[in-house]
Design a binder for this molecule. Structure first.
Ligand SMILES: [Zn+2]
Length: 348
């Protein structure tokens, strides 16, 4: 592209943003659930940031906190979905999308689409029939576990080693097979290394890792190793770069380091394997009392929020940084939305 046709970096950012950003991991339903006595939370608390960052699709993740388990996992999951539907119905600006066609329709109408995802299958208990129910409710991507062990498998630990060496349980394998049959994307974020390999061995569709960071820069088993990155690339899967575990050190938790993660993924697989899974979490973290923040740090890791990538309104800072770091427009479009769209088209 000649310099004469490109008036400024700002114009280039604007043009790249205009097609919309897809973020495949956002803990929205749990926040809507905690605010279930309020109305229009989506429009008042989230829409301004979505609009400022040109967010066009977000993976809305059902996640059940320990305090609701085991008794209330199913009920809280259903309530999270209910709040997402109610809030979405109350606004012209949002849509819940269950297929590639619905994602594209939402984008064409300028709506922000939600793909409902599940982070940990605790809501299913050990009942595969529940998976069918959640599918009918719109769940289109499932990660078997968070960090904890459940009926399907084991999560990767927030340490260099120590995850369970066991793969999936029989129930976990059934869930994976049923997801492939129904057309639910299988998300390898959080699963332990043995489970990761086992899922790849029993599936054929492109897998995703909705939100993770590379172990090269943050070496914990919750993150993705070089070997695993190559495996996802070979299967034409997509890995979403996470914004809250870019470095164990606060001073290294920068937008440049975030792009280092993206470059590392590209070097080991290809530009076709990279997407966004921001996992913006600060808005929830800040609502917690200090005791709970400390509990999180002790159990997992202290999150280091990137100063200029802390919420969806900051998405254009990333686009600007990708330009500064020399990515082509075609590559940036793949990272911001194109690769996730390909997965939706192939699986949903
Ligand atoms: Zn997560």
């Amino acid at each position: 592209m000649s310099a004469g046709t490109e008036s400024s970096i700002a114009d280039r950012i604007e043009r790249l943003q205009a097609g919309g950003i897809i973020d495949m991991h956002f803990d929205l339903p749990m926040d809507l659930y905690e605010k279930r006595e309020r109305r229009n939370v989506l429009e008042t608390e989230f829409l301004p940031e979505f609009q400022a960052g040109n967010i066009s699709v977000a993976g809305a993740a059902i996640y059940i906190e320990d305090r609701y388990l085991p008794q209330n996992g199913l009920r809280v999951a259903l309530d999270q979905i209910a709040r997402l539907y109610a809030e979405t119905a109350a606004s012209e600006r949002f849509a819940i999308c269950k297929s590639y066609r619905e994602v594209q329709a939402a984008r064409e109408m300028g709506k922000i689409g939600f793909v409902i995802t599940m982070e940990g299958v605790e809501p299913l208990g050990t009942d595969l029939n529940q998976l069918r129910v959640f599918y009918e409710l719109g769940v289109r991507s499932i990660g078997l576990t968070h960090a904890r062990t459940n009926a399907a498998g084991h999560g990767g630990v927030f340490a260099v080693s120590g995850s369970s060496t066991e793969g999936l349980t029989a129930f976990g394998r059934e869930v994976v097979q049923e997801c492939e049959t129904l057309g639910v994307i299988i998300d390898l974020a959080h699963i332990n290394p043995a489970g990761f390999e086992e899922i790849l061995s029993i599936t054929t569709k492109p897998p995703i890792v909705s939100h993770t960071n590379v172990r090269r820069y943050y070496d914990i088993e919750r993150n993705i190793s070089d070997e695993q990155i190559k495996m996802i690339g070979e299967r034409r899967g997509v890995i979403g770069a996470n914004s809250i575990l870019v470095s164990p050190r606060k001073e290294e938790s920068t937008l440049d380091r975030y792009v280092d993660h993206i470059e590392h993924l590209a070097n080991l697989s290809s530009i076709d394997s990279i997407g966004i899974g921001f996992d913006f979490f600060e808005f929830i973290y800040r609502q917690w009392p200090e005791s709970r923040q400390k509990e999180l740090a002790a159990k997992f890791a202290e999150p280091h929020f990137i100063p200029d990538l802390r919420n969806h309104s900051h998405a254009r800072n990333l686009t600007g940084k990708l330009i500064e770091r020399g990515f082509s427009d075609a590559d940036i479009e793949k990272i911001l939305r194109g690769n996730w769209l390909r997965i939706f088209e192939e699986v949903l």
